[in-house]
Design a protein. Structure first.
Length: 343
């Protein structure tokens, strides 16, 4: 029976975990990070589930793996692994990954102060500020983001009929603003949002076919974003982003903030050059911005920026032992126990 060992650097971005796999990851055939993501999902998803879920992780766990880029146009390739899947892009994960990779010497950008990242969703720029040996902040220039659909109606047994918009910021988000049957984040218990969200996401994906206009393989709503008024006077809005089976993002969510700004831009509530400060459920803040407008297929979208901070919390050597019946991880949900398949 084989033992698979991984060296990991753990940290968090504004409260949400990031586990950077710095050693032990499988070699993947060269190609774009989107192609390598497809290969990883097909052959190695048990590594994601084993490192992210219990008993070695938890429902909020998020991570990344660094790979050589496919061309000299990039400094590094990033593969995202978390409890909600092998995502095209993860904003808080990128901020944490860049912070820890720079501090640990795993990333040496060609241009000091800016890292060019090849992600499955495309080029992401990471402008960073150093404070001695530490990274004090990272500002991402994210992939083009856009409003994909608006005014979608869905029945929620717990709340009643709801209306949402769907926007893309590296992943697809169903965005629920305060309305008749949802008073807004802060007015509904977090555990109720956790209970409602997965069934709502399933119902939306069954009712609506949401696809990226330029890459139809990027499809489906993966996150639910519940919104509401800010509590911090520095912030413009507050959100609770649901992902995975029962996770609420502790950070303000990077791709979620990008999607939210794209939605507000499409509705005329933000314009190029505007700043948007987003607050999380624990009170941490991301500073977003609308850098430029852009066409995504036929849809008018934005180039968003997101700035935040991250800190390293420790290191670990994690073993996935094939003798272990729970090698590939498990999750205990409200509907039972989900065990993830072994290789």
């Amino acid at each position: 029976m084989a033992r698979h060992t991984f060296f990991c650097i753990d940290g968090h971005t504004c409260g949400n975990p990031v586990r950077l796999v710095a050693g032990g990851a499988p070699q993947l055939a060269m190609g774009s990070m989107f192609d390598r993501r497809q290969s990883f999902v097909r052959d190695y998803d048990w590594i994601r589930t084993g490192l992210m879920f219990e008993p070695r992780g938890h429902d909020m766990m998020s991570g990344s793996i660094l790979y050589p880029p496919s061309s000299d146009a990039y400094d590094v390739g990033v593969l995202y692994v978390e409890t909600s899947g092998c995502l095209p892009m993860c904003g808080h994960g990128t901020i944490g990954t860049v912070t820890m990779a720079l501090e640990e010497g795993l990333l040496v950008p060609k241009t000091p102060g800016q890292a060019r990242l090849e992600t499955p969703a495309g080029l992401v720029l990471a402008d960073y500020t150093m404070d001695g040996e530490h990274v004090s902040s990272v500002r991402l220039t994210n992939v083009p983001s856009f409003l994909a659909a608006e005014g979608l109606e869905i029945e929620c047994p717990e709340f009643g009929p709801l209306v949402c918009d769907v926007a893309y910021g590296g992943n697809f988000y169903a965005i629920f603003e305060p309305q008749k049957n949802f008073a807004g984040v802060g007015s509904v218990a977090i555990d109720q949002l956790v209970a409602v969200s997965p069934r709502l996401r399933d119902a939306l994906n069954e009712a609506f076919d949401i696809r990226h206009p330029e890459n139809p393989e990027i499809k489906g709503i993966s996150h639910i974003q519940w919104t509401g008024p800010a509590e911090d006077p520095q912030a413009d809005a507050r959100n609770a982003v649901f992902y995975g089976d029962k996770a609420i993002d502790r950070s303000p969510c990077g791709t979620g903030t990008s999607a939210r700004m794209a939605q507000l831009f499409a509705k005329g509530k933000l314009k190029v050059g505007d700043r948007f400060v987003h607050e999380s459920v624990i009170g941490s803040l991301f500073t977003g911005g609308v850098k430029a407008d852009v066409l995504v297929g036929t849809k008018r979208g934005i180039i968003p920026t997101i700035e935040g901070w991250a800190v390293k919390t420790g290191t670990s050597t994690i073993t996935l032992d094939e003798r272990d019946p729970y090698m590939a991880g498990f999750s205990v949900t409200g509907t039972g126990v989900k065990r993830y398949p072994r290789p």
